[in-house]
Design a protein around this ligand. Structure first.
Ligand code: ARG
Ligand code: ZN
Length: 890
């Protein structure tokens, strides 16, 4: 059932052309497929095609209809015995059923329209085909459908012709000039509004950019189209990569399993990552839309022009493309800012990305699903669209960028395209292209050891030891790495041997007053030394260090590792006030807060002795005029519940929730006048704009509001109610609603929730927020959630809605999900979703994959819930892979 990376064999045939004809109807769509097939080797192997939930009607070879005994049909394969022909035409007619397709993989119905999602293995749900990324073909697609119901018929590439047919039907013929794997195929049929713009690409070609959405939402697509234009420009200037199509389309779908999909020339998006206007979208959604539009657009080169040989190489395109979208967002956020602010804005992006990595990827890397960014085996590939493949994958690309420098990295990218444009390749191929530059820069050295990042799972630990010699004025810095076994490795006998990794570790030093010392490293005097740790343990000596310094470690988060170094709270406070590296400075403040929180969990009666130090530090940061509002809002936030949870052992969710609520209240109260000043100072007059400076101000102002609200007392709630009423954009309105739902009185809460619902009931994306803000609140009980599930607007079938209520509750309502009833609710919903949509059910299942690390009572109850899931008949393959891994790790 499980397939292994080493089993890869090239496909024995080439499919040079695929000519697809669709008679589109929601209940049953007939697909006529004509494939031009050539034998790719002399091995004489059978031709095996994949298919799923299809009805086969006819097979013909070179125009001759085959009788059923001339091929072998199983539930998921169609096999033709090897012929003697070197080239032939294979024609297949089959039916699929879009209206019954609740999995949203293949051809499915959303609203009144038809959409496709093929990555990773959805094309086989449309027609019989070798559904693997290394089979690349030229596509010609004919779409026929009722003209009234489906006035727009879209597919990849260029529109060759369109015409009316008898009986109120019409037809469109599309041709994609670029050979592609079938996972990049797409079609869309329906009635949409379109916003478009023609631009000239760098070489002077015209390209038509279009964004399609439901009628009535056309006023919400301006930001998406602008983001697309910015993406095209950015890839031209930063990577020299040009749009290779005359037409590039984005279509918004209300029902979508993931964020978006990079189908060649026809991206299909979750509407949440397309639609925005100031009244209904938050700053966070504006930024997410820009990032996801960038991400999908950048796939046009990193993913489409150069694609993956097999799905074990998924991070080849995803890690690289996430890195590219992170850089794009950072460049957009810093565009036009003076140097000091640009640095701080870049740090804010880095802080947000690293926080996401720690919340989602670190736990994954410590649990039963732990896998290297290039996995060795899987049962269901859709379970591997993970934070490890994406976010850790991006960190591994970023380390290459750090080692090579911007110019070297660009040279490596150029070399990658020079070698592999038009091919389906491996992660190794990418690294080799980068290595060709690295060896020129570092004669005698290679990236051989760096390759281990692709094959070793788990978050490495780096232990730091400092030895200062006052007489010699030297400092010896020792870094020691450990890569303990994780996931299934922990049960392997003999234990797997993990080898030392090549880790770029950025280090700075401050003196006792917080002044930065300069370091001489590799003959250069600098503020930050990039140490390249390759051995298990390595020591560097720095000269002219007069006194014992305070180290600033892993600056910029230069590697995805956990640093082990004992610091005093006073050192943390010093770094929080003075570190010149904005990331490390934020990290120090967060570590100080974490320390206070963990103290108060381990001794609830006495509290933390460092609480006053934290309050003083927060006060100093509130008064530091050199910080931008966005950065200040990050450094003054307490670590998220889930981040904190990861630091408790055993995992103790209730203690985390209480400790964090108490400390927010305390800081709110102790610093009330300062929060009030921050609230006043960050007011914005004038029209809404989502730029980094304005969204930073809103974010600081809304943080101040939250502290004031959490402080308790009449004043906070009154201010929050006023804030809600005065809000002229969704960011401010949601901030107020969120604060009320968390900390408000029951009357205030329900009154504003009702108001919000009435005002926004016709906008599904806003109603998602309405469900989500309630689901995640500690004030919302399991009974409240069950009540919300009976709301007429709730549906388990729409992934966004299921995520907004069920996933939010299970993932973020740490106070109320952790009971026997809460756990069995989770299991019940996993099973209900599994009958509809296995990709979604297995994601929900994964919320508690780390069940073993919880406190004994919760652990028992979670184990029972897992066993209940496991005992059910007919689990999807996706879910059974997760269940078996979760339970076998005990
Ligand atoms: N390639 C897409 C992206 O990263 C993700 C598609 C995954 N689809 C899926 N059904 N698992 O942009
Ligand atoms: Zn992607």
């Amino acid at each position: 059932q499980s397939i292994s990376r080493h089993d890869y064999r090239p496909y024995p045939y080439r499919i040079t052309h695929a000519d697809l004809q669709f008679d589109l109807q929601a209940d049953a769509t007939r697909v006529h497929t004509r494939l031009s097939v050539e034998s790719a080797d002399a091995s004489g192997q059978a031709l095996v095609l994949n298919g799923e939930d299809l009805t086969l009607e006819q097979v013909a070879l070179d125009g001759r209809t085959l009788s059923p005994d001339e091929y072998t049909l199983t539930e998921n394969t169609l096999t033709l015995a090897p012929g003697t022909l070197p080239a032939f035409t294979l024609e297949i007619t089959s039916l699929c059923r879009p209206a019954d397709n609740t999995q949203l993989m293949g051809l499915y119905v959303s609203g009144n329209s038809l959409f496709t999602q093929c990555e990773a293995e959805g094309f086989r749900r449309i027609t019989w085909f070798p559904d693997r990324p290394d089979v690349m073909s030229r596509y010609r697609v004919t779409l026929r459908a009722d003209k009234q119901r489906y006035p727009l018929l879209l597919s990849n590439g260029n529109l060759l012709e369109s015409r009316d047919l008898p009986d109120g039907r019409h037809e469109a013929v599309w041709e994609d000039p670029h050979p592609k794997p079938c996972y990049l195929f797409a079609l869309v049929a329906g009635d949409f509004a379109c916003r478009e713009q023609t631009i000239q690409t760098r070489s002077g070609r015209d390209a038509l950019l279009q964004v399609y959405s439901d009628h009535g939402s056309e006023h919400q697509t301006e930001w998406a189209l602008d983001s697309l234009v910015r993406s095209v420009r950015w890839d031209e200037t930063r990577f020299g990569l040009e749009l290779d199509l005359d037409r590039f389309m984005i279509v918004a779908a209300r029902d979508f399993n993931m964020g978006a999909m990079e189908n060649k020339g026809l991206n299909v998006f979750n509407s949440a990552y397309v639609l925005a206007d100031p009244e209904s979208a938050t700053d966070a959604s504006y930024h997410a839309i820009e990032a996801v539009i960038g991400h999908e657009y950048f796939h046009n080169w990193t993913g489409n022009r150069v694609t993956c040989r097999d799905w074990f190489q998924l991070s080849l395109k995803e890690g690289l493309t996430v890195f590219r979208d992170q850089e794009f967002s950072a460049d957009m956020m810093t565009h036009g800012l003076p140097e000091a602010e640009a640095q701080s804005a870049r740090a804010v992006k880095r802080i947000d990305d690293v926080t996401a990595l720690r919340i989602a990827q670190f736990p994954e890397d410590a649990g039963p699903m732990a896998h290297p960014i290039r996995p060795e085996s899987y049962q269901s590939i859709s379970n591997f669209y993970t934070a490890t493949i994406y976010e850790k994958g991006a960190e591994i690309i970023r380390m290459q960028h750090t080692l090579l420098g911007e110019e070297g990295f660009r040279a490596g990218m150029d070399e990658y395209f020079r070698r592999h444009d038009g091919q389906a390749v491996t992660c190794d191929d990418f690294l080799s292209a980068m290595e060709s530059v690295y060896v020129r820069q570092n004669p005698g050295s290679t990236l051989e050891q760096f390759r281990r990042w692709y094959s070793q799972a788990g978050t490495p630990r780096v232990k730091v030891t400092l030895a200062h010699d006052a007489a010699a004025q030297t400092l010896r810095v020792t870094l020691e790495q450990r890569n303990p076994p994780v996931g299934i490795e922990t049960r392997q006998n003999p234990p797997v041997e993990k080898l030392p990794l090549h880790i770029p570790f950025a280090l700075g030093l401050l003196d006792g007053e917080g002044k930065e010392l300069s370091l001489t490293h590799k003959g250069v005097k600098q503020a930050t030394a990039l140490l390249e740790l390759r051995e298990k343990s390595q020591t560097w000596t720095f000269e002219n260090i007069a006194e014992q310094p305070v180290p600033s470690l892993l600056r910029g988060f230069s590697a995805p590792v956990i640093v082990e170094y004992e610091r005093t709270p006073q050192e943390l406070a010093l770094l929080a006030r003075h570190d010149t590296d904005a990331f490390a400075r934020w990290e120090a403040a967060q570590s100080l807060a974490t320390r206070v929180l963990l103290d108060s969990i381990s001794r609830p009666e006495s509290g933390s002795p460092d609480e006053q130090l934290l309050i003083d530090t927060w006060e100093a940061l509130l008064q530091d005029g050199s910080l931008t509002a966005a950065y200040r809002s990050r450094i003054l936030s307490l670590p998220a519940e889930r981040e904190l949870l990861e630091k408790t052992s055993p995992l103790d969710p209730l203690a985390v929730v209480e400790a964090r609520r108490r400390l927010i209240g305390k800081l709110g109260d102790a610093l009330a006048p300062f929060w009030m000043t921050a609230y006043e100072d960050n007011r914005i007059d004038g029209p809404y704009a989502p730029d980094a400076a304005s969204s930073g101000k809103r974010s600081m102002r809304n943080l101040a509001l939250l502290y004031l609200m959490a402080a308790g007392g009449q004043g906070g709630q009154e201010l929050t109610l006023e804030h809600y009423d005065a809000a002229r954009n969704m960011t401010d309105r949601m901030a107020a609603l969120g604060a009320l739902v968390q900390y408000g009185t029951p009357e205030a809460r329900s009154e504003r929730l009702q108001h919000f619902y009435t005002q926004w009931r016709h906008n599904p994306l806003v109603i998602d927020r309405w469900f989500a803000v309630q689901a995640a609140s500690a004030a919302t009980s399991l009974a409240d959630v069950r009540q919300l599930m009976t709301h007429p607007d709730f549906s388990l079938r729409n992934p966004n809605r299921a995520r907004s209520l069920i996933f939010q509750f299970c993932t973020n309502n740490l106070r109320n999900v952790h009971s026997r009833e809460g756990h069995s609710f989770w299991a019940e919903q996993v099973l209900a979703l599994d009958a509809l949509n296995p990709e979604i059910s297995s994601r929900l299942a994964r919320v508690f994959e780390n069940w073993q690390r919880f406190t004994p009572v919760l652990r028992d109850s979670l184990q029972q819930a897992w066993r209940h899931i496991q005992s059910q008949p007919a689990l999807s393959s996706n879910l059974s892979e997760i269940v078996n891994k979760a339970l076998s790790a005990q």
